[in-house]
Design a protein around this ligand. Structure first.
Ligand SMILES: [Fe+2]
Length: 383
């Protein structure tokens, strides 16, 4: 609230533009460093993008050693192997290239490059953030998908083998030094993945805006982020080569992740649970849940009023039912699910999913206070 104390961290340097990734070596050169570690994955390696990045660095007299063994659900071993390579090669900075996983691994290598192991001691839920010092190497993030917005995030999620737990590592010092938003690097993303990742970005903006907290910075950009996603996602899905649409989606994605420093909501809480128990793609889960969780949220008076203020984003009057219909038909046009019928969710798992979702860090900031039993009811309507 305006009369209370708040801290805001919105300092990411963003370099945006078609082809801007080719300028990164010049930005790195200002630091005087001549050798870095490129963190990416095998899937992306097969597209040839990492090769091009290595080449532009090489032409600028900077060597990039590659660590491309990042798994889709990264483990601590990924981080340890990357850190060992970083140290053994004498690298001085890190470039992460790809989707959320290379970003997470890159950020965590940055931590482990100057901090002692084991990784689990930095578990954010156990206060590990206080152990992370600002002594880490420079870190540059180049996303090749528009969705997670990890390039402006200060945390990573790594599965720790010893505890078999998805562990959040967080520190304001993990924020990338520069986020490189180059829409040319996202044109190869297939339509289905473009839609699924893009709707994740949309939901970040929507849920962040919807959080009942005093954060005008986040509210302002979340409105713009929502509009960018709503206006451009279909264009990017229909024509992957549309650089404007791709660029606007990258912006909508970075804005979404910046905005959700304010918080997220129950849509993400359940999406995280469905990722753990059913391995459902995060973007698909967000799409499939969105109509159900929105109907639930707008049953609450205060929550509905805030949702109704979004009419102008969708070009309609401020009416919750009309806005909901617009979003549902948009998801249909994007060929995304609007319920969980196709995911074969077992009714006997609903309690388990609710328990996980209720303990997810995104749940307490939902626009409507989530009570025990609410998530089971939401899910019953969707399966
Ligand atoms: Fe998300």
């Amino acid at each position: 609230m305006p009369n209370q104390r708040h801290s805001y961290f919105y300092p990411t340097r963003v370099e945006y533009g078609p082809g801007v990734a080719q300028e990164l070596p010049l930005m790195v050169k200002e630091t005087g460093f001549t050798k870095g570690l490129l963190v990416t994955d095998q899937g992306l390696e097969s597209t040839g993008i990492p090769k091009k990045i290595r080449q532009v660095f090489y032409e600028s007299g900077i060597e990039l050693i590659t660590f491309n063994d990042v798994k889709s659900n990264p483990t601590c071993n990924n981080v340890y192997n990357g850190t060992n390579l970083y140290k053994a090669s004498g690298a001085q900075f890190i470039v992460a290239l790809g989707g959320g996983s290379p970003m997470d691994v890159g950020k965590t290598i940055k931590v482990m490059a100057t901090h002692d192991g084991p990784l689990e001691q930095y578990d954010d839920t156990l206060g590990g953030d206080k152990l992370i010092q600002n002594t880490m190497p420079p870190f540059y993030a180049i996303p090749t998908t528009a969705g997670t917005g990890s390039e402006v995030g200060r945390s990573s999620v790594i599965t720790v083998k010893a505890t078999n737990k998805k562990t959040i590592i967080f520190s304001p010092y993990m924020l990338p030094d520069i986020a490189i938003l180059d829409p040319e690097l996202t044109v190869g993303l297939p339509p289905g993945l473009t839609a699924a990742t893009g709707v994740d970005a949309f939901v970040h903006n929507l849920e962040a805006y919807w959080v009942d907290a005093f954060h005008p910075f986040a509210d302002g950009i979340a409105l713009k982020g929502m509009a960018l996603c709503f206006e451009n996602l279909e264009k990017a899905v229909e024509n992957g080569q549309d650089i404007s649409a791709r660029g606007n989606m990258l912006m909508g994605s970075s804005i979404g992740a910046t905005a959700f420093q304010k918080g997220l909501g129950v849509n993400h809480s359940i999406a995280h649970a469905l990722g753990v128990y059913y391995d459902i793609h995060h973007g698909l889960a967000n799409a499939a849940l969105l109509i159900g969780t929105t109907k639930y949220n707008i049953e609450d008076n205060k929550s509905r009023k805030r949702f109704e203020s979004l009419g102008s984003i969708f070009g309609v009057k401020n009416d919750a039912g009309i806005i909901l219909d617009i979003i549902e038909s948009w998801l249909n046009r994007l060929k995304l699910p609007t319920d969980l019928k196709s995911f074969n969710i077992d009714k006997t798992d609903l309690e388990k999913i609710e328990t996980y979702a209720l303990s997810d860090p995104t749940c307490p900031t939902n626009s409507r206070k989530v009570q025990s039993g609410d998530i089971v009811r939401i899910l019953e309507r969707l399966i």
